[in-house]
Design a protein around this ligand. Structure first.
Ligand code: S5P
Length: 459
């Protein structure tokens, strides 16, 4: 192979680095702009690049190669072809349908994965990618990078115990170009000054604590929920999907001390009578200090929703502290829920749900702007202004054979920054619901505390 310097000059001819004044995504003005994607369009260069990257470290240890999407995907593919190390593909976004997998390809738990990145700046996208690969129980120890912009990313990853192997860094690139008459001394000086003043301190996004959310909460029901969560050290909502009054009251009594709210589907109680079902339920809620959440999932025009909320045998308005509602009827359909909190259904947990990205975006707009809304039900992160309720949690199962898809408490608190987890069959179908509630409560609280930690990348 030619020398590294000659190789760089060949790459440079493809227009991968431009000098001048560029406003970056962050708003900062940079004296240079890097885009390595053209390298993939020259097969000879891509192949040589793959070999340069592979030559930087011993390869005996790696079972897999993975590129950070998108620019590093062809590089990782070429490295795989040159080294015969199998490739896995990391998605940028989880699939909407089917498996929801973030990593595609054939791999086994515990395998070592070599990660490939085109340019490292703050290290943010690498940190996020590593977390997702590690979530699949794969190991990452080494990262190869084509160009280091020398703005702190390498140090960040090394401080977390990863080995970062960079083929080029911006200083040596400037020297090569200066020697070759491509860059003036003034330009080099300007770049050096920029690099001195622009070490990006990448702060990982951390979640707000219940205490912070309590202080900022506007709605009285949000405040109450957060207050109970803090007092009981619980973020558990038990879903009481039982069909008789006796079973409902029995469950409420047993799980009451450990939960912040009991979620009902009141229309599945076959022997419902307001006096015999609701009045004792309210007593139990008062005794054990939890709120009542009626999971009615209203989905009609405002006038009909108002009737469904206030009339009929259930008279939900008289006893529920908060209710769930679809937002498909639009903003004004939520106006009728004046005396309760509304949890908007933003995304559903079932396989094949129609709550696509674009639906969720629109649903969130309604939820965020309506004063009655305290939170959303979703399997995806939502803005911190409203509370996130996540059902589909089960420690023992991954599904129910009827389309329900389950996650663990650890996943939803760490990855989604969930506020409250909703557990149904994991508790009420267990042999000992009281003990099960306690286990979920402890697991949920532990996962919440872990999710407050700034540095979730562990070794
Ligand atoms: O997307 C959703 C929304 C809700 S509210 N997925 C859900 O499962 N739910 C409700 O949560 C569902 O109606 C049920 O009452 C509970 C989950 O029960 P589990 O037995 O599957 O834990």
């Amino acid at each position: 192979m030619e020398s590294k310097k000659e190789f760089f000059l060949e790459c440079y001819k493809l227009g991968i680095i431009k000098f001048g004044r560029f406003t970056l995504k962050s708003g900062i003005e940079s004296p240079f702009y890097v885009d390595l994607r053209p390298l993939a369009s020259d097969p000879k260069i891509l192949k040589n690049l793959a070999n340069y990257l592979l030559d930087m470290l011993p390869l005996d240890n790696f079972d897999l190669i993975c590129g950070v999407p998108y620019a590093a995907l062809p590089m990782a593919t070429a490295m795989s072809l040159e080294s015969y190390i199998p490739l896995i593909i990391k998605r940028k976004e989880a699939k909407e349908y089917g498996t929801k997998k973030m990593i595609e390809g054939i791999y086994q738990k515990g395998q070592n994965c070599l990660l490939v990145e085109d340019v490292i700046t703050s290290g943010k996208s690498l940190v996020e990618t590593i977390a997702e690969i590690e979530q699949e129980d794969l190991k990452v120890a080494d990262i190869v990078v084509v160009l280091d912009r020398e703005q702190g990313g390498k140090q960040l990853l090394e401080s977390r115990g990863y080995r970062v192997h960079t083929l080029f860094n911006i200083s040596e690139v400037c020297t090569i170009l200066q020697e070759n008459g491509e860059l003036s001394d003034d330009e080099v000086k300007r770049i050096q000054d920029f690099l001195l003043g622009n070490h990006i301190q990448f702060e990982e996004k951390t979640r707000s604590s219940y205490q912070q959310k309590f202080e900022n909460a506007q709605h009285s029901v949000s405040k109450k929920l957060l207050e109970i969560a803090l007092a009981k050290e619980s973020n558990l909502i038990a879903s009481a999907d039982v069909t008789t009054t006796a079973a409902l009251l029995d469950l409420a009594e047993k799980v009451g001390p450990h939960i912040i709210a009991l979620k009902t589907h009141i229309d599945i109680i076959s022997d419902f009578e307001y006096e015999k079902t609701i009045l004792p339920l309210k007593q139990i809620a008062l005794k054990h200090q939890f709120l009542l959440m009626e999971d009615r999932k209203f989905a009609d025009i405002g006038n009909t929703q108002e009737l469904q909320f206030t009339s009929g045998v259930f008279r939900i308005t008289d006893w529920a502290d908060f209710v769930t509602s679809q937002v498909i009827g639009g903003f004004e359909s939520l106006d009728c829920f004046k005396n309760v909190g509304v949890v908007a259904i933003v995304g559903m947990s079932s396989k094949g749900t129609l709550t696509s990205n674009s639906y969720r975006e629109e649903a969130l707009k309604v939820a965020l702007s309506h004063p009655n809304v305290i939170g959303g039900v979703s399997q995806n992160p939502i803005p911190e202004e409203i509370l996130l309720f996540t059902p589909g949690v089960n420690l023992a199962d991954s599904g129910d054979g009827k389309g329900q898809q389950y996650n663990t408490p650890e996943h939803i608190f760490k990855t989604l920054h969930t506020d409250f987890m909703i557990v149904g069959r994991g508790i009420y179908q267990s042999e000992n619901p009281e003990q099960a509630a306690l286990i979920y409560k402890n697991e949920g609280w532990k996962s919440y505390l872990n999710s407050l930690e700034k540095n979730p990348v562990e070794h």
